[in-house]
Design a protein around this ligand. Structure first.
Ligand code: DUC
Ligand code: ZN
Length: 458
């Protein structure tokens, strides 16, 4: 099958130009000013921006958290992702402590294979560190899992400084990369104990127990461990100016640090935790939402290239699930939905608002994720030979985000009522039209992506 996209404004991280794009089968065959291909179906792209399919490199589908399971599994989550312009997701396989990485990987394949609408890969969580886990790493890499996650908080998953340091060294020797959740577990536990003793059990306590310095301390510690291990590292879901100061200090020492942030930290504020009627629970995630000054720092960091990726940490729970913590904020399952709204939010509040360019959008949603997570050459850009993963964005018109119109399996949205500039018109996955004007046209066409080693040269 051949498709000729006429007169698209093709946006890549390294520039934009208006031209024709010929897709043959699953691949982009030719990009040129004017292409003739009589046997191709023609898509008129006049007035539209064509972006590379976005990659969401931070999702949690079908994950057990706090005595419940995320509202979105791979079926509903990946459909929402595709509708939101993400043609690839990278989810976190998560074995329990004591289980093998192989078991974790097989479990995640069972959850995802045959029911995922977009292409997908897995990071692997290292929540235990011993000789047998170490010995499994080469097999994980051979099976396409080339990035790993470690936690400096959460008792069920955190590992100590020695383990993090040894794992970083081992991953470096294998050419893999680690992303790390940075919060100081001990201080958070102490602050929670104090709030509970004072009877302050509402969602308003959540950000007070996880202040910005608990994140900054852990980012600073991680970056020193990474310096000692002499390896680049990814600070995932970075939220605040204090954490960015630690990143600046590490870079000033000559370290390579990759920083991820998320739409919720760019657009939502910690004052929402004080909303009446338990509404604050909707925003409970970790790290928590921060202040307008932190948002401003993150936007500046994006524009200046200090932050490399924007992923969602999509970890969705219904209002009934959030209500598990009605009497105790520590029992509210942590996480917010994001896969379906990231693209339009970043376009609206980034590009249309003049904070970042459209090329930067292509860079932080697609190109940098593809490089960092071993997908470059297939994903991440509109280039000849790459997969024909395309988002056609119409910058004209306006609408607003309403949970009732979204397809993720969640009965609220943290961005309810947020105005949006333009809209996603079409999403193409490997040469097939999968979304048109918000309607999903295909459900189970996603493929597992065994990933190459990361490109840590940027
Ligand atoms: N934070 C969340 O809020 N949810 C899932 C995992 C995480 O780190
Ligand atoms: Zn996460």
């Amino acid at each position: 099958m051949k498709t000729l996209f006429r007169n698209a404004c093709v946006v890549n991280a390294d520039g934009a130009r208006t031209c024709d794009v010929l897709v043959c089968g699953e691949k982009i065959k030719l990009i040129d000013e004017h292409i003739e291909s009589p046997d191709a179906e023609v898509v008129d792209c006049g007035g539209l921006l064509m972006f590379p399919g976005a990659i969401d490199a931070h999702t949690h589908f079908d994950l057990d958290v706090a005595g419940t399971t995320t509202a979105d599994d791979f079926a509903s989550g990946s459909r929402a992702a595709l509708r939101g312009g993400a043609t690839t997701v990278i989810d976190f396989a998560c074995p329990n402590k004591g289980e093998s990485l192989r078991h974790g990987l097989e479990l995640w394949h069972e959850k995802a294979d045959g029911r995922t609408a977009c292409d997908y890969g897995f990071h692997m969580t290292i929540d235990d560190w011993n000789d047998s886990i170490r010995a499994e790493l080469p097999e994980m890499i051979a099976r396409g899992v080339t990035s790993f996650k470690m936690y400096l908080t959460y008792p069920a998953m955190m590992i100590g400084d020695q383990a993090v340091f040894e794992a970083l060294r081992e991953l470096k020797s294998l050419g893999a990369v680690a992303g790390v959740h940075c919060e100081n577990a001990g201080v958070i536990d102490a602050l929670i104990a104090a709030r509970k003793a004072a009877g302050a059990l509402s969602p308003a306590s959540h950000p007070l127990c996880r202040p910005d310095l608990t994140e900054a301390e852990a980012v600073g510690r991680l970056l020193k461990l990474a310096a000692l291990a002499d390896t680049p590292v990814v600070a995932v879901h970075t939220t605040c100016a204090a954490a960015m100061r630690e990143v600046e200090a590490a870079r000033a020492r000559g370290q390579k640090v990759y920083v991820e942030t998320c739409p919720q930290y760019l657009l939502l504020e910690d004052r929402y935790y004080g909303l009446p009627d338990f509404e604050g629970a909707r925003y409970v995630c970790a790290p928590p939402l921060r202040k307008p000054k932190d948002q401003a720092r993150l936007w500046r960091g994006l524009a200046a290239g200090e932050i490399q990726t924007v992923n969602t940490d999509h970890c969705s729970f219904t209002l009934a699930q959030k209500a598990m913590g009605r009497e105790d904020f520590t029992k509210i399952p942590g996480g917010v939905p994001g896969v379906e709204t990231r693209f339009e939010l970043l376009y609206t509040y980034g590009v249309a608002a003049g904070r970042i360019t459209k090329e930067k959008l292509a860079e932080v949603l697609s190109a940098n994720n593809a490089r960092l997570y071993g997908l470059w050459g297939r994903k991440g850009a509109i280039r000849e030979g790459f997969d024909a993963d395309l988002v056609l964005y119409d910058p004209r018109g306006e609408h607003a985000i309403h949970a009732a119109e979204l397809i993720a399996n969640v009965d609220y949205n943290p961005y309810e009522g947020f105005p949006i500039n333009g809209s996603i018109r079409q999403v193409w996955l490997r040469g097939r039209k999968t979304v048109e004007n918000g309607k999903l046209l295909e459900e189970n066409g996603g493929q597992y992506l065994p990933r190459a080693l990361p490109d840590l040269s940027f």
